[in-house]
Design a protein. Sequence first.
Length: 235
Amino acid sequence: MWLTNSSVGRKVVMSVTGIALVLFLTFHMAMNLVALISADGYNMICEFLGANWYALVATVGLAALFVIHIIYAFWLTMQNRKARGSERYAVTERPKKVEWASQNMLVLGIIVIVGLGLHLVNFWAKMQLPELIHQMGGHADTLTLAYAANGAHHIQQTFSNPVFSVLYLIWLAALWFHLTHGFWSAMQTLGWNNQTWISRWECISKIYSTIIVIGFALVVVAFFIKGMMGCGACC
């Protein structure tokens, strides 16, 4: 099959799944920003999503996209290493400003994966998973279940911890580098490969990636400060 047997096909799969994941990140970032405005509003969104069938279908679909993206990323990296030594994610014209990111996409991707694992433990495992276990008739801790839709509580609990806050910011930094290269590279793979448009997509990818990362980082920093102020008041 063309999407698996050819290098171009694999890059197309990487590009399409990558863009889909960027769109999800955009939604997730916008959703998280609601927590800065209204904890009740954010919790309403969390309750709406919860373990409903549409949320579960979306979760499975998202997981599939992510797994496919990872598999193809490693596949292409191994292929590039075999064919061109240390060169990776080669494109027709590679802007010097993103050279470091393009040469370290695998490492950046691994950091993003580790950060995702941390995110799943801190949020998904405490929110959607308990609801799902309960719906399937399994045992779910009463207190855990009571806080399942209280996303604001979990954000505050997580980012009041300075270790988690620092780890998330490191994760976001890696995500920024990963996105800035991956975004415009995907556009080139999908046909926007002339010099004029590549330069434009490089600029757009940096702006868009910065908006996404800053949006997430604002939530981390705001709730960290809130947690420290709350701790100071208690002391």
